[in-house]
Write a protein that binds this ligand. Structure first.
Ligand code: AHR
Length: 534
């Protein structure tokens, strides 16, 4: 079984081998039992390149018209007894504000290629209904449309990221949407926007040109899609007073290198701002049959899930290397605009609604994935967790008026310190987490320095049984104090419920100490820790 070591990590046996060579055989033999218990890691935080920034957009979210993400999750029945602005659910809005969501992708997903924006503007009662054919065939009443989405973005202080309908729409439809949103002269579309309550242009600049065009977005070949992309992109005009359009190419499925190769070869880099990539972590590793339960899993299933999640590192590296061939200056952003764990739905729920619970395992996967993105920040400049509320690896779950924050939410809370901070490379050798003869790196990490000079290190220990100890050198960093927060729990399958919403929550971390110039950390098993050094 292959392993997928993270950037900058090597396996524990080679780490131990190097130690034993240095110490000499006899000394090593006497130290061997000690080393196997202590799992000691030497880490160095390097000064890095001041120009290399971790884009805040790596921490984006995704809200599709799918199951109960929009309806129930954000946009609720007027009679529901929760704080509301219109029909926008303010407890959810406040929670999302706290994690500083940098961009929000909408309306899909597969739904985007069936969506006709004109159905979602104007008086609500007059909006036509449609069938949501991808997700459960339920009736979509279009009460949440363009204006409602942009009001939500405004409340969140987030960048809207719209996906245009390429699969079943037209160039004229997409161009009309852009004019409706961004133009300011007296055209019929601008007059209509004003009549619908928004005199000023919205200035939406992030545009996905299609979604999964290799699949639900039209089952296209990459050659055909790139021609279609160029036609659509030609009519994605910049409007006076609005910033230039950020045109985003619908990218590869997982490790499909050919899709990326064809896109990069056939679309000039000045005709795209970004290229996407979708990769989901499946516990069983297979789309057919059961994907695995969200909450009921044994250690082997836990191990397999993390092993599959760690593949993100090799997948990103593979696409980034192809992009480097055509774009040496790294102008085009790689956007992993769908990622997360995809399990079986909760028993008794609509299979088309993709509602799943969220355990500590998912939080460890989230911390690991965000570390991978941070460590590839030279190319990965955007990502969107699928999805924000009540769908797949959600950060928030709702049930009527109740709401809970999932363990994954808390990871986003911890990692917000990395948003737009300077990337600091780390050097270390990870010990292995070994199970039944297979191994994955137990430790993954990333670090950054914020505008005020504070250094933040995020550490994930995937081993559910072993504590790790770290001795960290920080050449060139002057710091006096260390503080931190931790997310962990008794079992990797623990989760928050509507009756016990705080089973897993953040706590102050006391396991980090300054010893001379070094930072010593005792990192508990199955934990995510973010440290701040000032
Ligand atoms: O996030 C759920 C679905 O997964 C999206 O609609 C689609 O783009 C992907 O296949």
């Amino acid at each position: 079984m292959p392993t997928f070591p993270l950037h900058h990590s090597t396996s524990a046996p080679s780490f131990l081998r190097r130690q034993t060579q240095r110490l000499g055989l006899l000394a090593a033999l006497s130290l061997a039992p000690l080393l196997s218990v202590a799992q000691a890691v030497q880490m160095t935080v390097q000064p890095g390149d001041p120009k290399l920034i971790i884009s805040k957009h790596i921490q984006g979210q995704f809200a599709e018209h799918l199951g109960r993400c929009i309806y129930d999750g954000i946009w609720v029945d007027p009679a529901l007894n929760v704080p509301k602005k219109g029909r926008l659910r303010m407890d959810v809005v406040e929670a999302l504000k706290k994690i500083k969501v940098p961009n929000l992708r909408w309306p899909g997903g597969c739904f985007a290629d069936t969506y006709h924006w004109r159905d979602g503007i104007g008086p609500t009662a007059q909006r036509p209904k449609m069938l949501n054919l991808w997700w459960g065939n339920n009736l979509e009443d279009n009460s949440f449309g363009t204006h409602e989405f942009l009001e939500l973005c405004d409340l969140l202080g987030t960048e809207p990221y719209l996906a245009a309908n390429v699969g079943s729409g037209t160039v004229q439809e997409m161009a009309g949407w852009m004019e409706y949103l961004n133009a300011n002269q007296d055209t019929p579309l601008v007059q209509e926007r004003r009549k619908n309550g928004h005199p000023e242009p919205y200035k939406v600049t992030w545009w996905g040109i299609g979604n999964e065009s290799w699949g639900c977005g039209g089952n296209m070949t990459p050659e055909y899609y790139t021609d279609v992309y160029k036609r659509y992109a030609t009519f994605a005009h910049n409007y006076e007073g609005a910033p230039p359009m950020k045109k985003i190419v619908s990218g590869a499925n997982g490790d499909d290198a050919n899709w990326t190769e064809v896109c990069m070869k056939r679309i000039p880099t000045n005709q795209m701002w970004g290229l996407t990539l979708h990769y989901y972590t499946l516990p069983t590793g297979s789309w057919s049959g059961s994907k695995g339960s969200a909450t009921g899993f044994n250690e082997q299933q836990y191990f397999n899930t993390l092993r599959n999640g760690l593949k993100m590192d090799a997948i990103v590296a593979k696409h980034a290397a192809i992009m480097d061939k055509y774009d040496k200056e790294k102008k085009v952003a790689l956007l992993v605009d769908e990622w997360g764990i995809w399990t079986d739905v909760e028993p008794g729920t609509n299979p088309g609604f993709l509602y799943q619970q969220n355990t500590l395992r998912d939080a460890l996967l989230a911390g690991t994935t965000l570390n991978i993105f941070n460590n590839h920040c030279d190319r990965v400049r955007g990502a969107n967790l699928a999805q924000a509320i009540n769908v797949l690896q959600a950060v928030i779950l709702t049930e009527k008026e109740k709401m809970l924050l999932t363990p994954t939410y808390h990871v986003f809370d911890l990692y917000q310190v990395h948003q737009d901070a300077q990337y600091l490379p780390l050097q270390f050798s990870s010990p292995d987490y070994v199970l039944n003869g297979e191994k994955i790196p137990a430790l993954n990490a990333s670090a950054s320095k914020d505008k005020n000079g504070a250094v933040h290190i995020s550490l994930v220990n995937l081993d559910p049984n072993k504590t790790l100890t770290l001795e960290t050198a920080l050449p060139g960093v002057s710091w006096k104090n260390v503080s931190g927060r931790i997310l962990t729990s008794g079992n990797v399958s623990d989760y928050n419920t509507f009756d016990k919403p705080n089973t897993i929550q953040l706590a102050a971390f006391k396991g980090a100490k300054k010893r001379g110039d070094k930072l010593n950390v005792t990192l508990p098993s199955k934990s995510v820790v973010v440290l701040e050094l000032k």
